[in-house]
Each structure stands twice: as C-alpha cells, then as structure tokens.
Design a protein around this ligand. Sequence first.
Ligand SMILES: Nc1ncnc2c1ncn2[C@@H]1O[C@H](COP(=O)(O)OP(=O)(O)OP(=O)(O)O)[C@@H](O)[C@H]1O
Ligand SMILES: [Mg+2]
Ligand SMILES: [Zn+2]
Length: 151
Amino acid sequence: MKDFRVTPIRNGTVIDHIDCGQALKVLRIIGVTGDVASTVSVLMHVPSRRDGWKDVVKVEDRELDPREVDKISLIAPKATINIIRDFNVSEKYNVQMPDVVRGIVKCGNPNCITNKSEPVEPQFVVESKDPVVLRCHYCERIQEDFADRLV
Ligand SMILES: Nc1ncnc2c1ncn2[C@@H]1O[C@H](COP(=O)(O)OP(=O)(O)OP(=O)(O)O)[C@@H](O)[C@H]1O
Ligand SMILES: [Mg+2]
Ligand SMILES: [Zn+2]
C-alpha cells in the first residue's frame, strides 16, 4: 500500500500531542483563520504512540511566541512544540501551563473590574491543571468556557 504522508516542512513549527479535538482551537490561537500565506497541515484524531489519539498542527515558516504557547498550554496541556529547521527537529519542548495566567483570557464576568472601561489586566489562578480550572484573581469567578475567551 502506498504510504501517504503530509508534506514535510523545511522550516516551521510542529505542534504535536494536541489533545484530540483541540486542533481548531490551536489554529485560532496561532492566527490561522483561513487566509494563509504558507503551508499548514492539520491532522485530527490520529493514533498517538504515547496514548490513544491526538491532533497535530504543522505550520511552515512560523515560530510561536511565548504568549501563544501559554494559550496552547491551557487547551492542550500535553502538547509538544517542535521547531523544524532544514527539515529536522532542531528544538523540542513541552508546553508548560503557568500557575498564574496573566492577560491571555478575558474574565467571563461582565461586572469584573477587568471588564470595566479602564480595564485592569486579567489575572487567574490555575486551581487545577487536570482538568484545567481557572479562577479570576479579582472577582473570584471560576471560568467556564475560557477557551472561547482567549485574547
Ligand atoms: N520536516 C518535518 N515536516 C513535518 N513534520 C515533521 C518534520 N520533522 C518532524 N516532524 C513531526 O514533528 C513531530 C516530532 O518529530 P520527532 O521526529 O521528534 O518525532 P517523535 O520521536 O515521535 O517525537 P515525540 O517523542 O515528541 O513524539 C512528529 O509529529 C513528526 O511527524
Ligand atoms: Mg511521536
Ligand atoms: Zn473576574
């Protein structure tokens, strides 16, 4: 049988071991919304040699900034970031969820001081990493559906 594979990338980033079902959120985080200028491959629900199933995102000519990696850590805590240079993995690291999340999530409480006219930067305490539970430092609300409020 012919071995079909996605196009290897020369330079770019492979985000591997994404929790199954989270690839589209990762794409949104890294700003891939449809009109792209370089190759993007998305694999959903592929077998993982580690355990079960995973999603994978491969972007050509793109590296991630720390803010993007922090966002990814909240929705795909087991993801690995592989920097590809000249077709090879030149760096690999695991995303690491911070203990305190600053600025990358909007509080879901419209009355929170972080959502007022002169907003204070949002800040959340990570109360649990598995499952991810974020509590607003200011209004103390537990954040439901925070993945929809990444900023
Ligand atoms: N040039 C490339 N183009 C596209 N994808 C690549 C390229 N090189 C590596 N990858 C992908 O990057 C990921 C990491 O590659 P690596 O060779 O380190 O695999 P691995 O040994 O299975 O790593 P891990 O233990 O992190 O799963 C894999 O998903 C691999 O398919
Ligand atoms: Mg692997
Ligand atoms: Zn709040």
